[in-house]
Design a protein around this ligand. Structure first.
Ligand SMILES: C[S@@+](CC[C@H](N)C(=O)[O-])C[C@H]1O[C@@H](n2cnc3c(N)ncnc32)[C@H](O)[C@@H]1O
Length: 284
């Protein structure tokens, strides 16, 4: 992050200026045209993945294969980052990731699985993400290629979450749908969200960072999802791409307001679906 951006972020985080920030953002939200973008990068929010070592540990206990869906995967950085993390932390687990995106150009990059600075390589590879990046990539000059054993476990395809023929059958333990619902209008975001929820098993989880917060709170309630109260502030503030641009774009992310009664639903990015209720055994 540049010094200028850091200063901007700190400025509108100051208690005195938080109201100004919110009113600038409300105007941007009302006036700016929403557009989709393929912006992504590797290890964008490693802290979020670490929920597998916390509240989501039951999903990766090795008792059953772990099935993950990444919707709106762009160049594949998010799906492969999660893959690298799982390969290092859960080598005993049989995991697979299905990833899809509406952009054919982005999918071509994800399927080729060869990355240069243009497609999401950056700073974090050298910091806390280094052990995962070392497991994930083979280096060749300026480029890095996803190693074959990880590439094989990640299936990348073209798909539109909002297409008429999109099917979802509660078959995934975890669904990631991050940083594209924020670019949809409320009606499309609501439809997309229903499809995401329908893809998750009972007792499974969804990651939905990068959504309009008011829209999210309403949809969480409507679908009776359970917010995961774990490292909420750390995950929130790790979203540098959106936090550092607050309040100037409609997609940007406000500073946390700890006094809000809807704090957990508003600021958590991890939600659980209710576990299946076991049916009583009926005997004749
Ligand atoms: C900003 S990128 C985020 C990529 C990744 N999820 C991340 O968080 O880094 C959003 C991606 O969502 C994709 N997308 C938007 N609408 C979609 C839809 N209806 N179905 C599938 N992908 C979609 C875009 O093409 C874009 O590649």
């Amino acid at each position: 992050m540049s010094q200028r951006v850091k200063f901007n972020q700190r400025l509108f985080d100051l208690p005195l200026l938080q109201g100004v920030g919110r009113s600038i953002h409300a105007r941007r939200l009302a006036r700016q045209t929403r557009f989709q973008s393929t912006a992504t990068r590797f290890f964008r929010n490693l802290k979020q993945f670490q929920a597998f070592e916390g509240p989501l540990s039951g999903l990766a206990d090795g008792q059953a294969p772990l099935r993950i869906l990444v919707a709106g995967c762009s160049f594949g950085c998010e799906a492969y980052s999660l893959a690298g993390y799982l390969a290092v932390r859960f080598p005993q687990v049989d995991w697979t990731i299905d990833a899809f995106d509406i952009s054919q150009a982005a999918i071509a990059v994800a399927q080729r699985a060869v990355y240069g600075p243009k497609h999401g390589l950056g700073d974090p590879l050298e910091r806390e993400a280094k052990p995962y990046a070392d497991r994930l990539f083979e280096r060749c000059g300026d480029e890095r290629t996803i190693v074959p054993d990880i590439r094989q476990r990640v299936s990348v395809s073209h798909g539109d979450l909002l297409a008429d023929d999109f099917t979802a059958d509660q078959s995934y333990d975890l669904v990631l749908a991050q940083n594209f619902l924020v670019h949809m209008d409320d009606e499309a975001a609501s439809e997309a969200f229903s499809r995401i929820v329908a893809a998750v098993k009972p007792g499974g989880a969804i990651f939905v960072g990068g959504m309009d917060l008011d829209t999210k709170v309403g949809l969480i309630k409507h679908h009776e999802l359970i917010p995961v109260d774990w490292e909420i502030e750390a995950i929130h503030d790790s979203d540098e791409m959106r936090r550092s641009t607050w309040p100037w774009g409609y997609w940007t992310l406000e500073p946390i307001d700890r006094s809000r009664p809807d704090f957990t639903a508003r600021y958590s990015t991890i939600f659980r679906t209710k576990a299946a209720v076991s049916q009583p055994v009926v005997s004749d």
